[in-house]
Design a protein around this ligand. Sequence first.
Ligand SMILES: [Cu+2]
Length: 472
Amino acid sequence: MTSRRSFLSGAGAITGAVAAASVSKVALAALPEPVLQTRPDTMPPLSPPTGRPYNPVVTLNGWTLPWRMNNGVKEFHLVAEPVVREMAPGMKAHLWGYNGQSPGPTIEVVEGDRVRIFVTNKLPEHTSVHWHGQRLPSGMDGVTGLTQPGIPAGRTFVYEFTARRPGTFMYHPHGDEMVQMAMGMMGFWVTHPKERHPLIAPVERDFVWLLSAFDIEPGAYTPKVMTMLDFNLWTFNSRIFPGIDSLNVRLGDRVRLRVGNLTMTNHPIHVHGHEFEVTGTDGGPTPKASRWPEVTTDIAVGQMRQVEFIADEPGDWALHCHKSHHTMNAMGHDVPTMIGVDHRDVVRKITKLVPDYMVMGERGMADMAEMEMPLPDNTIPMMTGQGPFGSVEMGGMFTVLKVRADQKPGHYTDPGWFAHPPGTVAHEFTGAAPATTQAPAPAGGSMPATPRPPVEVQVRKPGAGRSGHSNH
Ligand SMILES: [Cu+2]
C-alpha cells in the first residue's frame, strides 16, 4: 500500500505538471466527459486515483463514478437517461437511470471534499437530483419547485457543496418522483471519514446497494408507474435473484453492508450464520451504546442502514429480505391457495380444452421452481436459482454471502459453492422409524386438563330488554 501510494504520488508529480500545461482553461471550464457503464456486473472497487485516500466500497451489480479534480474540486457528471437494465440473465427492463444503468453509479467522496456535480437531463421530462441526507445549502437540495426549477429536458444543471459529514447517503429525483423512482432513478453516495473516526471502524469489505421495486408484467419491459403497493419485482440494485452477485469475503474479515430503501414498503434484511450490529443510519454513525446484536434489521421506506459483522463462519450463507413475497419474481398474485386440494380429475378435463393449463400448488409451491411451464418472453421464473443441492426456490431480494478462508484479501471473485466438511450437511435419516407416541397432556398450567362443568350462556337479541343505566 505504502509503495503503491509513493509510486502514485511520484508519478502524479510528473503527470500533474504535464496536465497543467496541456489542458486549457476552456477545457477545465467545460463539462467533464460523462462516463457510461452498460454492464450489470459488480465492478471492482475504484481506488481513488486523485484526492485523499480511502478504502473504497463495492457496489453490488454496480460501479463507482470516476471524477476529475478541477482546482481542488471533485467534479462528477451524471446523465439522467433511459437505460436498458438486465435484471437477471433472460430479463431486461426499460428503465430510467443515470450513466447507462439503474441504479446510477455510486458517488464516493471524502469528508470535507468540495464536490461539483453536473447533471445532464436526457429524459423526455424535467428532473432534479436530491442528495438524500446531506448537509448542504438549501438551494442545492434538489427539490423541484421548492429550491430550484426542474432541469428541463436537454439541459445541464450544476450542484456544488462540501461533503460535510461522513456516512451513507443516496441520491434520487425530487421532480415527478412517483414516476421517476418507479422507473429506477436512484443512486448511492458514500462520504468516507477524512481521518480515523471513533464510530467508523475500518473494514475489509464494504458493500452497498439500494432496494427498489418494479411492477413489470410478465412479458413486458416497462414498469407500470402508477403502482403504489402491488409490485412484482423486488430488487437489490435493480437486479433480481439469481441475477444478484454473491458477496464474497475472506474468513475473519470485518464486513460492512450499507443498504438504502427506495421502495414503498419496509424490508427486514436478514443475514444467516452471523450476528451484526447497526453501526450507522442515513443520520450518521450510531453511538456505540445504542448498538445491539441482531440477525435481521428492518429498513423502512426512505431509510438507510449500515450493519457490520465479522465473517467468522465459513460457508454459503443466505442474505435476503425476510418478507417471503419479496424473494419471489413476477408471477401475478392471483394464484389461489390449493394446498390439500387434489384436482387431478378437473385438470384432465380442462387440459382437453386449454393444453397449456397447469395447476399450481396442490402440494405447496415448491413444484413451481422445477416446472417446465410456458413463460412469456423476457420473464424469469417466480422461484429459481440452481444451488449445489438443487433449486434454491428463490427470486427477488436474495443473494449469498460466501465466507472462505482462501478468498484473497481485496479479491471479489466468486469462489464457487462451499465445500462442506464431511459430516456437516443435513442428510436423510435412514435408520428404523419408531412407533409414534402421543405426547402427554400438560399437568395444570394455563390450560388445565381436568374437565370443568359447562358454563351456561344467556344470549339476548341486541336492543331487546337491555337493562342498566342506558335505559331511561
Ligand atoms: Cu422486502
